[in-house]
Design a protein around this ligand. Structure first.
Ligand code: SAM
Length: 271
């Protein structure tokens, strides 16, 4: 694979990095030798990792399309955006309505370095980027980019895709989601994917150790803990399921085995 081995952002390229490992496994180009090695190590431990990550990404695509197309949502807040990997959320929702607006947020300086690629919204729509830590939701919802881009008197699609596994404390993770939802009006939607080891726990414990060795957090939640994020909201069909089972559209390349997907996903409406 062709990759950039010259770092122009001044960031360290000698230490593996979670967002770049994810990029490598997804087939992206924004990674370095050390990330590819770490990615290959994790793939050796759990060969399903690539299928699992691709299924998560394609869940995000279907969710974006569903919210824009079937629910009429025109503004989105995506927390924990990751490195740009086309199609990004704004490409999906602006293909439904070019005027749709997206605010991306991540706490990773590397994602910030690449955020210009995320800013390329359509002419009518707008895309903004907030560099913030989700554990401080106030810094997101009071940021000038958020305030300028989204109108919180109108429904918003809030996405937290493959991100709460970075917060091991359940109360803290729930607080983060609630604090953002609280400023959004009725008719807004929450979409999440949540890492779980409910389906193939043995190799996943080893993947977790490998991530911890690299200084990355990876915390799994069981079904009950995943469902708790949606308390008080109206889950849309089919409820909380593994991500590949959430409104599949036939675009996943191969037949996916349940044990290969370590991620729950769901979408719910704020009443
Ligand atoms: C596995 S990637 C998921 C990317 C994208 N949402 C997707 O599913 O394809 C997780 C992202 O969350 C970001 N992240 C981790 N902890 C965070 C925090 N405390 N605040 C904001 N972003 C965070 C990481 O930098 C990374 O880009």
């Amino acid at each position: 694979m062709e990759s950039r081995d010259q770092d122009t952002s001044g960031l360290r390229t000698d230490v593996a990095h979670g967002a770049r490992i994810y990029d490598y496994i997804l087939g992206g180009k924004d990674n370095f030798a050390v990330d590819r090695e770490a990615g290959e190590n994790s793939l050796r431990i759990w060969p399903a990792l690539r299928v699992h990550m691709q299924a998560n990404r394609s869940f995000m695509h279907r969710v974006g399309r569903y919210l824009a197309d079937e629910c009429g949502i025109r503004q989105f807040l995506d927390i924990g955006t990751g490195l740009p990997t086309s199609p990004n959320l704004h490409e999906i929702v602006q293909s439904v309505d070019p005027a749709a607006r997206v605010v991306y947020t991540d706490n990773d300086p590397l994602v910030l370095a690449y955020s210009r690629a995320l800013m390329l919204g359509s002419e009518q729509g707008r895309t903004a980027y907030v560099a913030a830590d989700m554990r401080d939701p106030q810094s997101i919802i009071t940021s000038p980019e958020f305030v300028r881009t989204l109108d919180v008197t109108q429904p918003v699609g809030l996405l937290l895709i493959a991100i709460v596994h970075f917060i091991p404390d359940d109360a803290e993770a729930l607080r983060v989601v609630r604090q953002v939802l609280d400023v959004l009006p009725s008719g807004s939607y929450l979409a999440m994917s949540i890492a779980t080891d409910d389906f193939d726990p043995v190799p996943l414990a080893e993947v977790q150790r490998e991530y911890n060795r690299l200084g990355e957090t990876l915390f799994f939640r069981d079904r009950a803990k995943a469902l708790a994020f949606f308390d008080g909201l109206e889950l849309v069909e089919p409820g909380l399921v593994q991500v590949h089972k959430w409104r599949p559209d036939g675009s996943d390349a191969t037949e996916i085995a349940d044990k290969d997907i370590a991620m729950y996903g769901a979408v719910a409406r704020k009443p």
